[in-house]
Ligand binder design. Structure first.
Ligand SMILES: *Cc1c(COP(=O)(O)O)cnc(C)c1O
Length: 382
């Protein structure tokens, strides 16, 4: 038995990709597997996503691109595998450029200086670099704010024998906030559309992309040629609601076990700082999982764990390697019983969205925070 593990249901991931493809109609699905697939394990998730119909994979860093290429999942054009397109989304240092190109990844470009550096490095490495020119239509982060500069950069890329123009793209700031948004999402789309149209008119084969997961559900107008979906492929809701309402199934379960069960007298305390004392005689279970695994200490005295098909409150301070739960004054829970921190047990479910709400964050951060000490164990049929 594992001390603790993250069960990754690759069949569910594949199903979520199929669900997104149905929503997208004819547009392509690019599965975003950055940050170790939001904590789920990049290589297995990338494989399952392509089985689910994703024809492109996106990562944030050159190291992540190299991991996928090394595993033979994507990239490495001119080398071996390569039927799934790989795109590195982030800004790259000079050293990272060589790593990304070596992995066969396309890269984003938004300045003439970087375009020239890329061409020089591509020539040295012996093959053209594929480029997606990025427009900052209002995210206020990476990309050129100037639409005319984007069109000119695309032309310069297309004219350069060491570069290949593959795409033009942008990223939304408020796709997941339809209530607070005040039209900003559509204003971004309206800024991007004429820029994309001008690039497409000059370079008809180019892939135009803007949508993240939230945008896919928010407006079909944002789908364009391809959508870059992360959170939804993991069955997590981009709007922090119930993923089932959008036909998405959570992929990750965080499972451990009850390592010890002890009788507490009223007033007896559990854990550092004595931040919980038994209000009555009770049984306390110890679960060998803590912030050293990525279970945030801020959840101390403020979340539940499923044991024996029921919610049990976490009591006391979550420590690096253990947490404690109140099993109640009468219990039939024995050491070895399964303990579920995220996922289902019996008729109960604890979703990443619930933990995120308790922590004042978003589901993305809950799964991405899981540390390497927790083995990711693939389950289900990809
Ligand atoms: C992370 C990321 C995405 C995926 O966003 P989700 O909300 O997880 O679907 C898409 N595009 C860019 C540029 C990103 O950085």
């Amino acid at each position: 038995m594992e001390r603790a593990l993250a069960r990754v249901d690759l069949g569910a991931l594949r199903g979520n990709c199929e669900r997104l493809r149905a929503e997208l109609g004819g547009a392509r699905l690019c599965a975003v597997v950055k940050a170790n697939a939001y904590g789920h394990g990049a290589v297995d998730c990338a494989r399952a996503a392509s089985a689910g119909g994703a024809t492109a994979l996106a990562v944030a860093t050159a190291g992540e691109a190299a991991e996928l290429a090394g595993a033979g999942v994507a990239g490495m054009r001119g080398g071996d595998p390569g039927d799934v397109d790989l795109l590195t989304l982030g800004a790259l240092t000079d050293d990272e450029v060589d790593v990304a190109l070596g992995a066969g990844s396309a890269v984003g470009v938004w300045t003439e200086g970087f375009r020239q550096l890329l061409a020089t490095r591509a020539r040295a490495l012996g093959g053209p670099a594929r480029v997606h020119v990025k427009h900052d239509s209002g995210m206020g982060r990476l990309g050129s704010l100037d639409g005319e500069e984007v069109v000119a950069l695309a032309a310069a890329v297309a004219a350069d024998p060491d570069l290949e123009l593959a795409g033009v793209w942008t990223h939304f700031a408020t796709a997941d906030e339809p209530d607070e948004d005040d039209g900003y999402f559509f204003a971004q789309l309206e800024r991007f559309e004429p820029v994309a149209a001008a690039v497409r008119a000059a370079h008809p084969g180019v892939t135009v992309h803007a949508a993240n997961s939230a945008a896919v559900f928010r407006s079909a107008r944002s789908h364009l040629d391809m959508a870059r979906c992360g959170i939804a492929i993991y069955g997590l809701d981009p709007f922090q609601d119930d993923p089932a309402a959008r036909g998405l199934a959570p992929v990750l379960s965080l499972v451990s076990h009850v390592a010890a069960v002890k009788r507490f007298g009223a007033g007896q305390s559990a854990g550092y700082g004595r931040r919980w004392r038994a209000p009555r005689d009770t049984w306390v279970g110890v679960v060998p999982l803590g912030y050293g695994d990525g279970v945030r200490r801020a959840l101390s005295n403020d979340c539940d764990v499923l044991v024996g098909g029921r919610r049990r409150p976490v009591v006391g301070t979550i420590s690096m390697d253990n947490l404690t739960v109140d099993l109640g004054p009468d219990t039939d829970v024995e050491p070895g019983a399964e303990a579920v921190l995220i996922g289902r047990q019996g008729g109960e479910e604890i979703r990443a969205e619930e933990l995120a709400a308790r922590l004042g964050t978003i589901n993305y951060e809950v799964t991405t925070a899981l540390l390497p000490r927790v083995p990711r164990v693939p389950a289900g049929d990809p």
